[in-house]
Design a protein around this ligand. Structure first.
Ligand code: SAH
Length: 384
């Protein structure tokens, strides 16, 4: 798709305000158009029925709303839905909608691939290709929002898909600002979690500029020898520096930190590992999110046994650590990082295995299956 002739409406520098002025249109139309896209779930300018028809046609000619197309759409029995989106340059990214009680959480990607190289993660196997643009990050939110029935809204965002979000803050932060905006998705900052491998300079930037987000730090090991084996970027950083940066964020935000720990069978799941971890994170207002390893084809790691997992958690809980075990959602549709993309890349036909339930396999940008409702303009909603 050629982007030079048609501007992407979801990018911060889309030029819409100048375009409206040049076409003799009132400035408030920019807000109206944004509301149609975010709250009204419009798929095209044609859906924006309160705009004059001539203006809609001119906008259609000069702007692109969607630069992604849906390459795959899977739905799991537990309500988890996953989209594989094809970008304008042919690269593919994943994003997920999770349903949990009243929560409608989306998990979005920040980069194509990942440079961090965590040894158990599918996203980084081929390294990083490029950062996503702000518009590409916003498109994930809008595409996932359109999977919900009209009366439901996205409630939470986790930036835990492909990529290292703190390596792409310049593009991520404007996207998250739009998500929070009352004319955007109206999702409050405290319902947005950014997950990082732990890059202290970027954590400090967030501390200085924007400490309102919920920060999750992926630890996976409490000592440098093991952490460097599992998370290669740790070699030049070190656990101590990651913890110090996490503490500075906490001081600025006052919000509980989350530490993530992928539990790999017989690698980092012994009671001694748990004791070391308890010593490292103890004394903080923190939540420990234990994530049993989600197997990735071709990787040598094992899931922890139930016994090992329970012993590990027991040691931490008796040390006073607040532990949560992440329930596995959508693993049958390869909802773990980077897995669907790899599966699709390996398959020449782009067909998911029979055990999965495709609800759409289309490359049409404005696929009707992507929209569960007819666009309509709901009343303005405010951020909570
Ligand atoms: N780069 C960021 C965010 C993306 S990954 C980070 O490292 O935090 C989100 C979480 O999923 C991280 O904690 C990551 O380590 C974890 N993860 C990656 N691959 C996994 C796998 N195969 N099984 C379980 N968790 C995994």
């Amino acid at each position: 798709m050629e982007l030079t002739t048609s501007r992407h409406l979801l990018e911060p520098d889309d030029g819409l305000a100048a375009w409206l002025a040049a076409h003799g249109q009132p400035a408030w139309r920019a807000k109206a158009i944004r509301r149609w896209l975010f709250a009204g779930r419009a798929l095209s300018f044609a859906d924006m029925t309160d705009l004059p028809a001539a203006v809609r046609a001119e906008l259609e000619a000069d702007f692109t709303i969607w630069t992604t197309s849906i390459a795959m759409h899977h739905r799991a029995d537990d309500g988890t839905e996953k989209l594989l989106l094809e970008l304008a340059d042919g690269h593919r990214i994943e994003c997920v909608l999770l349903r949990d009680g009243d929560r409608r959480t989306v998990c979005i990607s920040s980069q194509v691939g990942c440079a961090m190289g965590c040894v158990f993660c599918a996203s980084g196997i081929d390294g990083v290709v490029r950062n996503l643009t702000t518009g590409e990050i916003v498109e994930q939110l809008l595409r996932l929002a359109r999977l919900l029935p009209a009366h439901e809204r996205l409630s939470h965002i986790v930036v835990m898909g492909m990529g290292e979000p703190l390596a792409n803050l310049d593009r991520l932060l404007p996207a998250l600002a739009l998500a929070q905006h009352p004319d955007g998705l109206g999702i409050s900052q405290r319902r947005i979690t950014i997950s990082t491998v732990g890059l202290p300079p970027a954590m400090d930037r967030l501390t200085a500029e924007n400490p309102g987000y919920h920060l999750a730090v992926s630890l996976h090991a409490a000592d440098d020898a093991l952490r460097t084996r599992l998370v290669p970027v740790n070699k030049a950083i070190g656990v101590e520096a990651v913890m110090a940066a996490a503490d500075r964020y906490w001081e600025a935000s006052g919000r509980r930190l989350t530490f993530e720990y992928v539990l790999l069978g017989e690698v980092n799941d012994s009671p001694e590992h748990a004791r070391r971890l308890a010593r490292l994170i103890g004394g903080r207002a923190a939540l420990l999110n234990v994530i049993p390893y989600n197997p990735v084809a071709g990787m040598p790691w094992k899931e922890p046994t139930n016994d090992a997992r329970e012993r590990f958690i027991g040691v931490l809980e008796s040390a006073g650590i607040n532990v949560q075990v992440r329930r596995r959602k959508g693993s049958r549709i390869n909802a773990a990082c980077g897995q669907l993309r790899r599966l699709a890349a390996q398959s020449t036909t782009d067909r998911p295995p029979a055990s999965q339930s495709p609800v759409a396999q289309t490359k049409e940008p404005n696929s009707s299956t992507a929209a569960s409702t007819t666009p309509r303009m709901p009343p303005s909603h405010t951020a909570q």
